[in-house]
Design a protein around this ligand. Structure first.
Ligand SMILES: NC(=O)CC[C@H](N)C(=O)O
Length: 446
């Protein structure tokens, strides 16, 4: 599982840096971060034998009768938590969850992504991903109360979040998570952070860490950060774009093609990958957009995708191909625009990368580029072009997901069945709730 060298390095660091608490991290099926702390004395044994914990208390794990689970720390992910004191310090390490008989646990989202990663690896590819995460700051935990009126890339004295963004970047970099950009996004008090690409499993670990760091630093200033996809109607929503590419084991970007007849310098391999994403998008949308509110983000025109299309300049496309910079082959990548930050990053990456790989296996041709905003096309035009619509509600997303053989295969029965059951509950709760909007509109009438 892990090399002696990595483990030795971690154990030495723990001693040299006076670490008194080692937090073991993993997520539940929905992507909530779970953590428990062990003392450094227990760490060596944890690497060798795992540390037992009660899986029945974790959403989507196991039933009461078979509750003993093992967490095996992954030494590659060991890092200090820089917001904790340096004396008697605290470190964290991500864990893989195993069953008592030492099998990788089917309900562990990280394990699910590892499987897709291994599949890609066997095909000769390293999936690389860089995420761009948007979120809002507010001084209330319950609603968006913007602290500024700034817009996209604005840098004005109104931009109170300046310091918070700076601290977030520095904190992430201390944890070896390089930040490519941080900026004020389009909505009031809306911000964004783009992390440098890395292989898929580290990328998902980094997203989980970034979400925590963003919330943690906001809390230290008496503020709250929210990853809700659409906090206010009529205002921009928050996305979690995933920039994806496949590299060879030798470090070549396999998405880049030298010739101009290749669309936007996209290799045949990249074109099949994009075609796979477009074909399976309606099926994986439950995973990339898992909440009732996720679908409110889609109900707007312009920058948010509604259809499974691709384009170069068109920001309403599901997949956009950023302009190629001469000489920068390494940065040839696709921009997947539908995911939002409520997604479990492990599952979102597993599902979307698997869709791309399926496109390669099926040698799917890249459909025609959608140059104009797809929402301007009539139903007839859409049908004639074979363009698939993304689900419009959580209910529709569940239906598409439930019928998907690919999603069941990629996520495994455990996660697949849990998601269907859990999301049906959520959808039913929402459908049976009576809202203020309805009372305002119907109560006094008729
Ligand atoms: N940078 C952008 O294109 C904005 C994206 C937009 N906030 C969304 O929800 O998708």
């Amino acid at each position: 599982m892990s090399s002696e060298k990595d483990i030795d390095f971690v154990l030495r660091t723990v001693e040299e840096r006076d670490i008194r608490f080692v937090r073991l991290w993993f997520t539940d099926v929905l992507g909530n971060l779970k953590s428990f702390a062990i003392s450094p004395e227990e760490l060596e044994e944890a690497f060798e034998e795992g540390i037992g914990f009660d899986g029945s208390s974790i959403d989507g794990f196991v039933s009461l009768e078979e509750s003993d689970m093992l967490a095996f720390p992954d030494p590659d992910t060991f890092t200090l938590l820089p917001w904790r004191p340096t004396e008697s310090g605290v470190a964290r390490v991500f864990c893989d969850v195993y069953t008592p008989s030492r099998e990788p646990f089917d309900g562990d989202p990280r394990n699910c992504l590892l499987k897709v990663f291994t599949k890609a690896d066997k095909m000769g590819y390293i999936p690389n991903v860089g995420p761009k995460i948007e979120y809002f700051y507010s001084d209330s935990q319950h609603e968006l109360r913007p602290k500024d009126d700034a817009g996209y890339f604005d840098l004005t004295p109104m931009d109170n979040a300046n310091d918070l963004r700076r601290q977030t970047t520095l904190m992430l970099e201390k944890m070896s998570i390089p930040v490519q950009y941080s900026y004020h996004a389009a909505g009031p008090s809306q911000n964004g952070v783009e992390l440098r690409f890395t292989e898929a499993v580290s990328c998902a670990d980094n997203i989980v860490t970034a979400r925590l760091v963003i919330k943690q630093l906001a809390a230290q200033q008496g503020m709250y950060a929210s990853f809700m996809p659409k906090p206010v109607a009529g205002q921009p929503g928050s996305a979690m774009f995933l920039y994806q590419s496949l590299f060879s084991h030798e470090g070549e970007n396999l998405f880049w093609a030298p010739k101009d007849y290749h669309v936007a310098h996209l290799s045949d391999l990249a074109q099949h990958y994009v075609a796979g994403i477009l074909k399976y998008a309606p099926e994986f949308t439950l995973v990339t957009n898992p909440t009732v509110n996720s679908y409110k983000r889609f109900i707007s025109t312009g920058e948010v995708p509604n259809y499974a299309t691709w384009g170069r300049k068109n920001r309403s496309a599901l997949v956009r191909i950023p302009a190629h910079k001469p000489g920068k082959h390494v940065s040839t990548r696709i921009e997947l625009r539908s995911p939002d930050p409520t997604a479990n990053p492990y599952l979102a990456l597993a599902a979307t990368i698997a869709a791309g790989l399926k496109g390669i296996e099926e040698k799917l041709p890249l459909p025609e580029e959608s140059a104009r905003d797809t929402f301007l096309l009539s139903q007839k035009e859409l049908e004639a072009k074979g363009i698939r619509r993304l689900p419009r509600t959580l209910g529709e997303a569940i239906q598409n997901f439930e019928e998907s053989e690919l999603m069941r295969e990629v996520l495994g029965d455990h996660i697949f069945d849990y998601l269907v059951q859990e999301k049906k509950h959520e959808w039913n709760d929402y459908c049976t709730a009576v809202t203020d909007w309805e009372r305002k509109r119907y109560y006094g009438g008729f």
